[in-house]
Design a protein around this ligand. Structure first.
Ligand code: KMH
Ligand code: ZN
Length: 313
């Protein structure tokens, strides 16, 4: 008897994202080389899914350019077995066509899909930055006061068809509040979503549900009621709530997402120097809880993915 449960926990690592700006941390991966290096380190440390955004190598600004994705995805494919998950949320100010361009060109096993329109306030970050590295950063953060992250019913249905049906790509359904779970239930009811599906419950983004244990309990309770056994649950906590919330979620039967997209720190006041360090930390915590980490192929099986041989990069 090892004392371990039979359940395997999928660890997703979101490597760079579009929430943070370069001035927040010298360790935030920006160039294709840095993104590839950190993604490989995350996979080596135990991440079975890599959630990826691209950034302009010149100034670190999030970019939807498929050519930039094509600079780092082949290296990740060559050096890891991990599932590549390309964002369709993109970054502030991108159109839906732009946000999905890389996924439609490169046909990954997984993509994110954001389940409702919302405010997405990042302006609080500005008060913590004294010196900006690039001139776009401050304006970009301030502009989030007036930004609507658009994900209408028409938008969501279009992505389900143009990425899901056309490419056989499955989704990380990103739910930032209870209403997003109901939107997901609507599309399930319409027969547009295949089971099993990954529900990424997101806590602590300004504009979404908060990061308290009660919020997590309510999202889980609601998802259980709406989806029963059809869904695979994962937890993402923004900023300093990251490790507490994912640990609580893992104890409650969930899978976890870490990475510098969601939190630039490793410990209180200590910047993470690599995405691999964040993955190593959650793997240590899971091990202490006698929870085993899923391999990439186990994650593929749990989520019914098409397989690495079917991607176009
Ligand atoms: N940064 C996360 C809170 C996406 O890429 O589609 C949300 C996210 C969006 O991961
Ligand atoms: Zn993302």
């Amino acid at each position: 008897m090892t004392g371990k449960s039979n359940r395997k926990v999928i660890v997703t690592c979101a490597v760079t994202g579009a929430v943070h700006v370069p001035s927040q941390s010298p360790y935030l991966p920006l160039t294709p080389e840095q993104i590839a290096t950190d993604a490989v380190a995350a996979a080596d440390a135990g991440a079975s899914i890599l959630h990826l955004h691209a950034r302009n190598p010149e100034n670190g600004k999030p970019t939807p350019d498929p050519d930039t994705y094509a600079l780092f995805l082949p290296e990740i494919k060559e050096r890891t077995e991990a599932v590549v998950n390309i964002t369709t949320g993109g970054g502030q100010g991108m159109t839906l066509e732009e946000r999905t361009a890389a996924a439609r060109r490169l046909s990954p096993e997984m993509c994110s899909l954001n389940m409702g329109s919302m405010n997405f306030g990042r302006f609080g970050i500005a008060s913590r930055i004294k010196d900006y590295r690039y001139d776009w950063e401050e304006q970009d953060l301030e502009a989030s006061r007036n930004y609507i992250f658009r994900n209408t019913y028409t938008d969501i249905e279009w992505v389900l068809k143009e990425v899901g049906d056309v490419h056989g790509t499955r989704f990380e359904f990103e739910c930032y509040d209870v209403g997003h779970l109901y939107n997901l239930a609507y599309f399930l009811d319409q027969g547009l979503i295949k089971t099993p599906f990954l529900v990424q419950t997101i806590f602590g983004i300004m504009g979404g549900i908060g990061p308290s244990p009660e919020d997590l309990m309510h999202m889980k309770r609601t998802a259980d009621r709406l989806f029963g056994n059809d869904y695979v649950w994962s937890i993402l906590g923004a900023g300093r709530h990251q490790f507490n919330l994912v640990t609580m979620g893992a104890i409650m039967g969930g899978n976890v997402r870490v990475g510098m997209e969601d939190n630039i720190y490793l410990n209180r006041g200590e910047l993470a120097q690599s995405n691999g360090d964040q993955v190593a930390k959650i793997v240590r915590i899971l091990d202490e809880l006698s929870l085993e980490v899923a391999t990439p192929d186990e994650a593929r099986q749990m989520l019914g993915l098409k397989g690495y041989s079917e991607v176009k990069f």
